[in-house]
Ligand binder design. Structure first.
Ligand code: RNT
Ligand code: ZN
Length: 424
């Protein structure tokens, strides 16, 4: 583990090395710390939620596998775990809540009835930590979602229930924004789809469009406070053949209705480049929401690491200087390892990719490109990989007063011994 002296000595050298490539590490550091990363609350409890457990519910095709001890079992335990996570992360974070983390004081309140008051403990927590809150309606893990269809369900009563849920959720997001003085991003994702080829791929899409229109028609919600995003995907467990809310559906819908498309790194064909979608979409969409995740052979939601997909994604944001047009959120869940470590690894990797994007010697590369010197561009891109970004990262951690290197592991072990071991 590096000492503060070693960190600043290494940083001074790194700064020079980057300067030689035309990159100002000081401004990269400043900006990389300022980008908010929204921590998904659902890694803390394996996407179970805080409602009275109802066994055998369909999870909408998303699944946390593993049985590592220490899962948070209440809002208080989740917040205790998140407190530690926040202490181990540099930069600004937000918290991303799902509707089924409502705390209703033991009373059963169904999803179509949830109110801002059911999130007052989360709100108080966020206020004390001066972080913003984002939100998600939970259109899964509920008897009304058992068929695999929600907003696109053929039965009007089922649709009505989920429309009410979507509307209630937007009011909650708006409440967060008003209370905390920061806009709240609300992401709509529905699991709707079919395992096998439907004879009618049209009607569910028509109904989905109608249901969303009913949700977004709520005039009491101010789109500047409650920022609506919509997330499509290619397939899920149980929706292998047909997903009603596909990429094309949502891109067109978001375009037409002025909403924000959400790109999740796990929601495409494994050989598709999500990074390449950024500049194409952003020609037309003013803003996008990113879910960093890691698909291993399928949409498995493994813990984010600093892999090529994540790096390429933020490199594109940097090269397009689109930082004020993106919302960054995490979306993964792994129950097979310490969940706090999972957060720290994924959130740090995401911010490292942000920093790496900002450290890219873009001007040099473009100059070579514009001069028609492709071999120089390629050589410089290769060379950039060897620049000492790790020293800049350690400096970033040091400036924010959080452990550099892997020193945070000690705190996680202590928390495991003192707190998690008491959770049978
Ligand atoms: C599912 C989507 C969605 C969820 C969360 C829990 O495939 O990625 O974002 O993971 O809403
Ligand atoms: Zn997602």
């Amino acid at each position: 583990m590096p000492t503060p002296k070693q960190i600043s000595a290494a940083y001074r050298l790194a700064r020079q090395a980057y300067r030689a490539h035309g990159v100002d590490t000081e401004s990269a550091l400043k900006r990389a710390r300022s980008i908010p990363v929204s921590l998904h609350c659902w890694q803390a409890d394996d996407v179970r939620g805080l409602e009275t457990p109802r066994d055998g519910l369909d999870s909408g095709g998303i699944m946390a596998t593993g049985s590592y001890p220490g899962r948070a079992r209440s809002g208080d335990e989740m917040r205790a775990d998140l407190d530690l996570v926040l202490r181990l992360l540099p930069g600004r974070q937000r918290l991303n809540l799902h509707a089924f983390y409502a705390e209703t004081g033991g009373r059963a309140v169904d999803r179509d009835r949830i109110l801002p008051e059911h999130f007052s403990r989360w709100l108080a927590w966020a206020r004390r930590r001066r972080i913003g809150l984002d939100f998600n309606p939970t259109y899964f893990a509920h008897p009304m979602a058992a068929s695999g269809f929600t907003l696109s369900h053929p039965d009007r009563a089922v649709r009505k229930f989920w429309i009410a849920h979507g509307r209630a959720s937007r009011r909650i997001a708006q409440h967060f924004a008003t209370e905390l003085g920061k806009p709240s991003v609300i992401n709509h994702w529905v699991p709707d789809g079919a395992k096998d080829a439907p004879a009618d791929r049209w009607a569910p899409r028509r109904r989905l469009r109608e249901s969303y229109d009913a949700i977004f028609a709520d005039k009491a919600v101010n789109p500047r406070l409650c920022i609506d995003a919509v997330e499509g995907k290619l397939f899920g467990l149980g929706s292998e053949d047909y997903v009603v809310g596909s990429q094309e559906f949502y891109c067109a819908y978001a375009q037409d209705r002025g909403l924000v498309p959400c790109l999740d790194l796990g929601h495409y064909h494994p050989t598709e480049s999500v990074a390449d979608k950024v500049s194409a979409l952003m020609m037309f969409h003013p803003r996008i929401l990113l879910h960093t995740s890691r698909p291993v052979r399928w949409d498995s939601d493994h813990v984010v690491i600093l892999d090529d997909a994540v790096r390429a994604l933020f490199l594109e944001i940097a090269r397009g200087d689109a930082w004020d047009r993106v919302f960054v959120a995490l979306d993964f869940f792994d129950a097979s390892i310490n969940r706090i470590a999972a957060y720290v690894i994924g959130a740090r990797a995401t911010r490292q990719a942000i920093l790496l994007g900002m450290l890219d010697p873009t001007a040099r590369l473009r100059a070579a490109e514009d001069a028609g010197r492709g071999h120089e561009r390629l050589a410089l891109m290769e060379q950039a990989k060897a620049l000492p970004w790790g020293a800049v990262w350690d400096e970033l951690c040091a400036r924010d007063g959080v452990p550099a290197g892997a020193d945070w592991l000690r705190e996680v072990s202590r928390h495991e011994r003192t707190v998690l071991s008491g959770r049978p």
